[in-house]
Design a protein around this ligand. Structure first.
Ligand code: UD1
Length: 430
């Protein structure tokens, strides 16, 4: 098992290049199999979840050619197998995008469902409701979601809850249904728009992505395209909070500042300076940080995927802050770990009440999930002394070259796998 070992207390200073959005890329790669022609996708993040999905796409028969670490060519004309199941795909939530893609193109799909998730129960009832409304039969049997249809017919779907996954999945299937589909109460996240743009570049007819009503006119066939994935707003936000926590000065390159507005607003509120450029953002934290209130909400609200990183920063800001998690019910697991680093946080139901402390102190902590893992790394970077973050497997699901990007900003961080290496690092930096 690998760990990050960190010597904290150094302000992060410099420039960092943000990669492509993992959550957009997962859906786009799935949608790429919907044509029999070759699709080229670039600005892919080279992270574990993406590689697991590419393996699954290869296993069902598609040709997957890795042009370089961030570019892939996919040809879906060779797909003969509509059953997606392996031990790795069962661990990634976004495997469900293959259902929408295969159901749209082949009118059948069998995909292993992910099990329980560390951030809470993750139902897929809305995805199923959408597929059924399009005319498919949908069942769960032996851990697989099985969907099939003679034909898919456009329809009017109201989503009871704003769901990124359900919006994208229904949009994919509806792209190749007969007639017009309207999705109401759709998610408006940047990656919903990115997937719609990608499908449109393949010949789909999708309008309104980015608003809460999406209109899709089904087409019979999709064609080849070349497409570049949008920058990752969550990776960017993570570095923005790392700048705040370490009293640093970071210029983030290859970002879309508009996508970062909720994060930027909160950083300004707590006392950071944020400068926006065309495709870059600079965060400077030269003044003391102070408390605020934040509630996670669907886009353009504050993203749930930034909640742990924000809480880590508020943990060392003056005064009492509250963080309300309104999307997932179990997203405060990292609080116990942070408490071990000296944080003063009490969780009541879905609200974390944070009394800011002067500083964190290094400790050995476990990454409970992807974003909370990244947040604990930020805490380690801000802390006095040595922090060891275990279970970094989770972090590698979504952050490419995390330790190298942080090192290039001056952080003292290494990926290690033995106690001996931890000792060696500790001696080296002390
Ligand atoms: C996606 C992101 C995840 C992010 C989340 C919210 C991917 C791969 N993951 O997850 O990182 O935290 O959006 O921005 O893109 N819900 C239902 N029934 C459903 C589907 C969802 O009740 O069928 C609920 C969920 O439990 C949750 C809320 O709707 O409370 C939002 O979930 P959703 O937007 O669907 O999240 P994901 O697409 O799974």
């Amino acid at each position: 098992m690998e760990q990050y070992v960190i010597k904290g207390g150094i302000p992060l200073v410099g420039e960092v290049e943000i990669g492509g959005a993992k959550n957009a890329a997962l859906a786009i790669l799935s949608a790429a199999i919907m044509t029999d022609e070759t699709v080229t996708i670039d600005n892919l993040p080279n992270v574990r979840d993406i590689n697991v999905l590419l393996d699954a796409i290869r296993e069902i028969g598609a040709q997957v050619q890795r042009v370089d670490a961030h570019t892939v060519k996919i040809n879906g004309s060779f797909i003969r197998d509509f059953n997606v199941d392996n031990e790795f795909i069962r661990k990634i939530r976004a495997s469900y995008y293959l259902i929408g893609a295969m159901l749209g193109k082949y009118k059948k799909a069998e995909v292993a469902l992910p099990g329980g998730c560390n951030i809470g129960s993750r139902p897929i009832d809305l995805h199923m409701k959408g597929f059924r409304a399009l005319g498919a039969t949908v069942d769960i049997e032996h851990g697989m979601l099985i969907a099939s249809a003679e034909r898919l017919k456009g329809t009017h779907i109201y989503l009871d809850k704003v769901s990124v996954g359900a919006t994208i999945n229904i949009m994919m299937a509806a792209s190749m249904a007969e007639g017009k589909t309207i999705i109401e109460n759709a998610a408006k996240e940047p990656h919903v728009v990115d997937v719609a743009n990608f499908l449109n570049s393949m010949g789909a007819n999708i309008r309104g992505a980015g608003t809460d009503v999406i209109r899709i006119v089904g087409v019979e066939k999709l064609h080849k395209t070349e497409y570049s994935v949008i920058p990752d707003q969550i990776e960017a936000g993570t570095f923005m909070f790392a700048a705040a926590a370490t009293k640093g000065d970071i210029m983030l390159k290859n970002v879309i500042p508009k996508h970062l507005e909720a994060t930027t607003a909160k950083l300004l509120e707590i006392g950071c300076e944020v400068e926006e450029f065309d495709d870059a953002v600079r965060v400077v934290a030269s003044k003391p940080l102070h408390h605020t209130q934040v509630t996670t909400l669907p886009y353009p609200g504050f993203p749930t995927d930034m909640q742990p990183q924000m809480a880590v920063v508020l943990g060392i800001a003056t005064g009492t802050s509250t963080v309300t998690e309104s999307i997932f019910e179990n997203r405060f697991k990292y609080v116990d770990e942070l408490t071990r680093m000296g944080a003063n946080i009490k969780v009541e139901s879905n609200i974390a009440i944070i009394n800011g402390v002067d500083r964190y102190t290094g400790a050995r902590v476990n990454a409970p999930d992807l974003r909370a893992g990244a947040a604990l790394v930020i805490a380690g970077l801000a802390a006095e002394g040595i922090t060891v973050v275990d279970d970094i497997y989770y972090i590698e699901r979504g952050y490419e070259d995390f330790e190298h990007k942080l090192s290039s900003l001056g952080a003292l961080i290494e990926k290690v796998s033995t106690e001996k290496e931890i000792k060696k690092f500790t001696l080296k930096v002390s």
